[in-house]
Design a protein. Structure first.
Length: 211
């Protein structure tokens, strides 16, 4: 049987020095261009308008929830996922999940959902820079794979939400869309650094004097 990539991620996650993986970033940051909205448009609406509309609706909902400072819980994620999938109800997966053509297996145990809830609750830890918290939450959703479908979209919405809580938006999302592997500690740290770069570059462009 394929090794349990989720167990690997949990080990890797605890080995990374998230406090040093990314530097401090400015806040608030209001991008001149809404990178996450563009991601919704480019990734789905062009080929599947209904799916793209659902994703935009979910993005809007995350921003309303951020304005209300709602904690990042399983219940909140499930509310977004219902919008993403256009389903009246969604439930935590009931068996092992697979990704990357079956090369990664995310096992299901009696404590998987509990561990997932604990991990995403750390997204507001003030001891960890914002970019690291956002990247870590993204990877938690990707590798815990909580729902049978739509986890990649939910991971990006989760990253956007963690930033939005600090009133930060970025003008580019494309660089984030790279395949991630559960056993890649360096890649996880690089993702945190990339989020930091995107925040700082967005802030620089948004505050650049206009002539």
């Amino acid at each position: 049987m394929t090794a349990d990539a989720l167990a690997t991620w949990c080990q890797v996650r605890n080995q990374i020095d998230w406090a040093s993986a990314a530097g401090e970033t400015p806040a608030p940051v209001r991008a001149a261009v809404d990178g996450f909205a563009i991601w919704c448009e480019a990734g789905d609406r062009s080929s599947n308008p209904a799916r793209g509309d659902r994703l935009l609706t979910a993005l809007t909902r995350t921003r309303v929830d951020a304005s209300r400072k709602r904690p990042l819980t399983y219940v909140l994620l499930a509310e977004w996922q219902r919008l993403v999938l256009g389903m009246p109800e969604v439930a935590f997966r009931r068996g092992d999940a697979f990704a990357k053509g079956g090369r990664e297996r995310y096992a299901l145990t009696s404590h998987t959902q509990r561990d997932f809830v604990h991990c995403v609750s750390q997204s507001t830890d003030p001891r960890v820079p914002l970019a690291s918290r956002a990247a870590r939450a993204y990877l938690d959703v990707a590798f815990f794979h909580p729902f049978p479908d739509g986890n990649a979209r939910l991971a990006m919405l989760t990253l956007a939400y963690v930033l939005e809580l600090e009133r930060v938006r970025v003008d580019q999302v494309g660089p984030l869309q790279t395949t991630r592997y559960a056993d890649d500690a360096a890649g996880a740290a690089d993702l945190a650094d990339l989020v930091s770069v995107l925040i700082r570059s967005t802030h620089r462009r948004a505050t650049r004097p206009r002539h």
